[in-house]
Design a protein around this ligand. Structure first.
Ligand code: PEP
Ligand code: MN
Length: 354
């Protein structure tokens, strides 16, 4: 065989390869279409009987020089590609909007110019409950002096006992909003009932959904339709799957700006108020694209370990921290035992930065 003939043959093989590639892609497109149809009708994607029939037919017409064994090998590989492709299509379809599969980049949330989730930790402090104008003014001033951008404070309080302080409602929110506006802070506060949303929204920058309402689906759907970010707390006994699905309720109703907040779960341990599930942070970061915060106060219920818990949370990748601060914690109308005084807060903050 001359060199020229060999080159000619090579040229033909190259041409056939291109034809094969084009045919294989044409086949793939048809398989995708079939998978779509099978999905709609609930028919299983992989059909070994049909696969055996196709191979039997091909063997009948095979005139070589390719052996039957090679034919079987080649076509089984082609079938495998189809099955894999269909599985990937299914997985993509089933994946939640909040999942990394659906969106690989981190969600950044712009809150009046401050960006949550961009690598800089967001720090949210403030009293458990809004009590008086002076109380929120003192805390707001201190937060602003630290150069921070957020204040929290509950106006609708989910209390275990119906006889305990239930919060000041919208009047409380007005107080918090006034102090926050004076010091250029964003307001984070919990809403417990969808019917209060419209009246409360003008005074809020971030709507908190509390642990006890993580599966209040009516409320989740309602905050899914607002244009302000939502900080969603993990339920007291919620699995991460349930937590992520709760976030999906919000995003699937239109609001993509959701922050997940781990706040401890119920376990048998009594040394802390709840048990901080620290592994939830990297798991949620890996499986979703949403910012993940840790509420170091409610997860521990202990002022004496706030600093190491805050550091640990940031070390495992939390995008933010929330903690309670009150000018006179011992007189607080809720969570008196766990809030930091302003002095303790100063010390905490200084050590957190160092
Ligand atoms: C709160 O942050 O005020 C609160 C009640 O927290 P949780 O819903 O996590 O108990
Ligand atoms: Mn509290």
């Amino acid at each position: 065989m001359t060199k020229q003939t060999l080159n000619e043959l090579r040229g033909r093989v190259d041409e056939i390869n291109l034809q094969l590639l084009s045919l294989l892609n044409e086949r793939t497109a048809i398989v995708q279409e079939m998978a779509e149809e099978k999905g709609k009708r609930g028919i299983k994607k992989y059909d070994p009987v049909r696969e055996a029939q196709i191979i039997a037919e091909l063997r009948k017409v095979n005139q070589g020089p390719m052996t039957d064994a090679t034919l079987i090998h080649v076509f089984k590989e082609i079938f495998k590609v189809s099955v894999k492709l269909q599985e990937e299509q299914d997985k993509k379809k089933k994946s939640l909007l909040v999942s990394r599969e659906a969106k690989s980049e981190d969600t950044h949330i712009n809150i009046n110019g401050d960006v949550v989730g961009n690598g800089e930790p967001t720090l949210i402090f403030g009293p458990c409950s809004i009590e008086t104008e002076e109380q929120v003014e003192l805390v707001a001033k201190n937060i602003a002096e630290k150069g921070l951008k957020y204040i929290r404070g509950g106006a609708f309080k989910p209390r275990t006992s119906p006889y305990d302080f239930q919060g000041l409602g919208v009047e409380g929110l007005k107080m918090l909003h006034a102090a926050a506006s004076k010091y250029g802070l964003n307001v984070v506060s919990e809403i417990m009932d969808a019917k209060d949303l419209a009246e409360a929204l003008p005074y809020l920058d971030v709507v908190q959904i509390g642990a006890r309402n993580m599966q209040n689906f009516t409320l989740l759907k309602a905050v899914g339709q607002i244009d302000k970010p939502v900080l969603l707390k993990r339920g007291l006994s919620a699995t991460l799957e349930e937590f992520v699905n709760a976030a999906e309720y919000i995003t699937s109703h239109g609001n993509k700006n959701v922050i997940l907040c781990e706040r401890g779960i119920r376990t048998f341990e009594k040394a802390t108020r709840n048990t901080l599930d620290i592994s939830a942070v990297p798991i949620l970061k890996k499986e979703t694209h949403l910012p993940v915060f840790v509420d170091i106060t409610h997860s521990t219920g202990r002022r004496d370990i706030l600093l190491p818990i805050a550091k640990a949370s940031l070390a495992v990748g939390a995008d933010g921290i929330m903690a309670e601060v009150h000018p006179t914690p011992e007189l607080a109308l809720s969570d008196a035992a766990q809030q930091m005084s302003i002095e303790a807060f100063d010390e905490f903050y200084e050590k957190l930065l160092s």
